[in-house]
Design a protein around this ligand. Structure first.
Ligand code: ZN
Length: 284
């Protein structure tokens, strides 16, 4: 089985200390894939510091030079992978940035080039802000040759005329009907691939994520822990459950103590054709 960590919302507002505190030690075990916002708009997202929230001003990543230098160094050491997390992330009209609209092809192409040049890296994965995408957003990332961190589904853009769409849809329906949890393999939609994130947030339960982890282990699939560095100190809303950070640490402990688990970046896993379920004969 493959294991990866996806962390969303690194932006102009992130400090090197934030990331070092969250992942300095963790990244000695394996890479952490950061979904980075190139031109963060100070909207209502919790990743934006309170004093900037709701100002709607735009903050390019390069204006935070200490962060850029820190990221470049850690990327070259193989500790971080960069993924594209929208362009502005928040929109004043309140709709998710990649749920629809006309400018998305350009935003994906420009945002990607900007981050690649600024951070000296290659981007393979797009993570939609607010985990929401529509067909225009999906078309934009497919045009750019990127994969999706997260899953779109039929209602959010999988093309209705595509054989891969219905093959994947049936497979997932079968899997969940049999009482299984999570989506423990890379989805192959033909023109791009998708990987579900298992949310590690105050709302998620450790028990559910451990069940998803075990089902991924059983089929030799993938488990992606999806979290936010700015939320690791937050307590769970569920009585008796650990903080978000402790929740993540328990999943990591599970991964590193099991010799059948390989820890890689999100992009490496999504780019590896030998991991596709139909190639490996993963049962549904
Ligand atoms: Zn986000």
């Amino acid at each position: 089985m493959h294991f990866c960590i996806r962390d969303d919302d690194t932006s102009f507002f992130t400090s090197p200390d934030d990331l070092e505190h969250a992942y300095g030690e963790v990244s000695q075990w394996g890479p952490v894939s950061l979904a980075i916002i190139p031109f963060c708009r100070a909207g209502l997202s919790k990743g934006v510091p309170e004093k900037f929230r709701g100002r709607w001003s735009i903050h390019p990543l390069h204006e935070n030079q200490p962060l850029v230098e820190y990221l470049r160094a850690r990327i070259s050491e193989g500790c971080f992978e960069v993924m594209l997390h929208g362009y502005y992330h928040d929109e004043p009209h309140g709709r998710a940035e990649f749920a629809g609209g006309v400018d998305l092809d350009r935003r994906v192409a420009d945002g990607r080039r900007y981050l690649e040049e600024l951070l000296g890296t290659t981007i393979r994965v797009f993570v939609p802000p607010h985990n929401t995408i529509g067909w225009q957003g999906l078309r934009a990332i497919t045009l750019a040759g990127l994969h999706l961190g997260g899953t779109a589904g039929v209602r959010a853009g999988w093309p209705l005329w595509s054989k891969a769409t219905w093959k994947t849809w049936l497979r997932l329906r079968h899997w969940h009907k049999k009482g299984h949890v999570g989506i423990p393999w890379v989805l192959d939609l033909g023109d791009h691939r998708e990987m579900a994130g298992n949310a590690v947030t105050p709302l998620s339960t450790l028990q559910h994520n451990e069940a998803c982890f075990e089902s991924a282990l059983r089929v030799g699939g993938v488990f992606c822990a999806a979290t936010h560095y700015w939320e690791l100190v937050a307590p769970s809303v569920h009585t008796g459950d650990p903080t978000v950070g402790e929740h993540l640490r328990r999943l990591i402990a599970r991964a590193v103590s099991n010799p059948h688990v390989v820890w890689r970046s999100v992009g490496e896993i999504l780019s590896d054709s030998t991991l596709l379920s139909h190639v490996r004969g993963i049962p549904s």
